[in-house]
Write a protein that binds this ligand. Structure first.
Ligand code: HEC
Length: 400
């Protein structure tokens, strides 16, 4: 009996460790070239998969009734993630279940596509703390590689910005002529929807179009699941990675109107490059387990009025005073949560349009700097802060 109990307990622990959501994994060292890797490449047989849990990003509620309805019971989703590197390039494979395949047509504007993104911490003198998971933060840039499942598009100028050159309502071209035109465009189509952005926080996401980033992304749907592969250089103008590469993974579900912030998102995952010295500080930040007492933290959060501004529990409406925290523990590191309490303005979470919610702005501008309207909790004693951080880490949806 005792043995059985220990086995059950240790299984339980193994399972919860696997579900921790923020972890580290190893990118196997390979000698293959990785610039043309896709989901079917043989190189993946050399990689080991790890489970990464992605949680609904719930900081702000979309102004879209159908989307709110479709996403209200969202759960966490397990993705299988593997990585390989060859010293110059890294390739990452992400697999996630999705019961419906949504590929956006080039002519449709009212449908949404499935997609995935891999976010890397960008080049910076100070590798830590890691950037804000949303899209980086001042002085802590991120590079985001986004791949959406779209039909191939015809882009004669190679700028990835021309999809179709006919106004279907007004050109007077019908039936056979239109079908011929569509067939011609389809036969010329060559570029899929792959984008690279660099961001340093709030409204700063900028697409990199000058081909200075060498990357390759692709997606494939098979047996009710997507696989997405991405490869990129370890070093370029925007990134300078060695030892340990921190990444975050996001996926979008077209069936649920997924787009922009309406996605499932992981916390930072530390990928150690096999054969190189791991960056222990980054691994520690990505994998830190909280030591505080979550039950005491819950009491302290109530006593200190967090729920006056934040949604902490789904049974209470989200409101516009502050980001909803119902999944904050799923996609944030303990270090970030601690910083949110002690230095609220270090990262100002992108929120609602200030003009639309002028009574509840999330920040004020002082001499051009965004100053958070959140109470500064640096007056709390260390123990209470750790208890609240432990409590915040428990705030996340169940995993499907
Ligand atoms: C006066 C309203 C107010 C109170 C009280 C308040 N907050 Fe906040 N909080 C905000 C606002 C506004 C933001 C968004 C701006 C920013 O990033 O600072 C925020 C941001 C955060 C974030 C970052 C959220 C994200 O999506 O990344 C965390 C974590 C957080 N608060 C935790 C707390 C905790 C825990 C308490 C209680 C100890 C608390 N807050 C009390 C207003 C408040």
């Amino acid at each position: 009996m005792k043995k059985l109990l220990t086995t059950i307990l240790s299984l339980g622990i193994a399972a919860s460790a696997a579900l921790a959501g923020d972890l580290s994994l190893t990118a196997a060292k390979v000698s293959d070239k990785l610039d043309a890797v896709n989901v079917d490449s043989a190189v993946w047989s050399k990689a080991k998969f790890a489970t990464v849990v992605l949680y609904p990003q719930t900081a702000i509620e979309f102004n879209d009734k159908e989307a709110i309805e479709a996403n209200k019971d969202n759960k966490g989703k397990k993705a299988q993630v593997a990585a390989v590197h060859n010293g110059k390039e890294i390739a990452i494979l992400v697999k996630w279940a999705d019961g419906t395949k949504n590929v956006q047509g080039i002519k449709c504007t009212d449908t949404y596509s499935d997609g995935f993104a891999v976010q890397f911490a960008g080049a910076t003198k100070k590798a830590q703390p890691l950037p804000y998971i949303g899209m980086g933060s001042d002085g802590r840039p991120v590079v985001v590689h986004l791949q959406k499942a779209t039909e191939k598009v015809y882009e004669p100028n190679g700028n990835k910005d021309v999809s179709t050159q006919i106004n279907r309502q007004q050109t007077g071209v019908f039936e056979k002529e239109l079908a011929d035109f569509d067939a011609k465009v389809a036969s010329l189509a060559n570029t899929d929807f792959e984008r690279v952005f660099v961001g340093e926080g709030f409204r700063s996401l900028t697409e990199i179009k000058d081909k200075s980033v060498k990357s390759n992304a692709s997606m494939k749907y098979n047996d009710k699941a997507w696989s997405g592969a991405l490869s990129r250089s370890l070093k370029d103008d925007y990134m300078n990675a060695s030892g340990t590469v921190p990444v975050a993974i996001a996926v979008w579900d077209g069936t649920k109107h997924g787009r922009n912030g309406l996605k499932l998102l992981s916390s930072w995952v530390a990928i150690n490059l096999e054969g190189q010295k791991a960056n222990a500080a980054i691994v520690a930040e990505a994998t830190e387990a909280t030591k505080g007492d979550a039950a005491k933290g819950k009491e302290a959060a109530e006593a200190n009025g967090c729920n006056g501004c934040h949604q902490l529990d789904k049974s209470v409406p989200a409101g516009t005073m502050a980001p909803s925290l119902v999944n904050i523990g799923g996609y944030s590191t303990a270090a970030y949560l601690r910083e949110s309490l002690l230095k609220p303005s270090a990262v100002v979470v992108p929120g609602f349009n200030r003009n639309a919610h002028s009574n509840t702005p999330w920040y004020n501008l002082e001499k051009g700097k965004r100053i958070s309207t959140m109470t500064d909790y640096s007056f709390l004693d260390k123990k209470t802060v750790e208890d609240i951080v432990a409590y915040l880490k428990t705030l996340k949806a169940e995993v499907e």
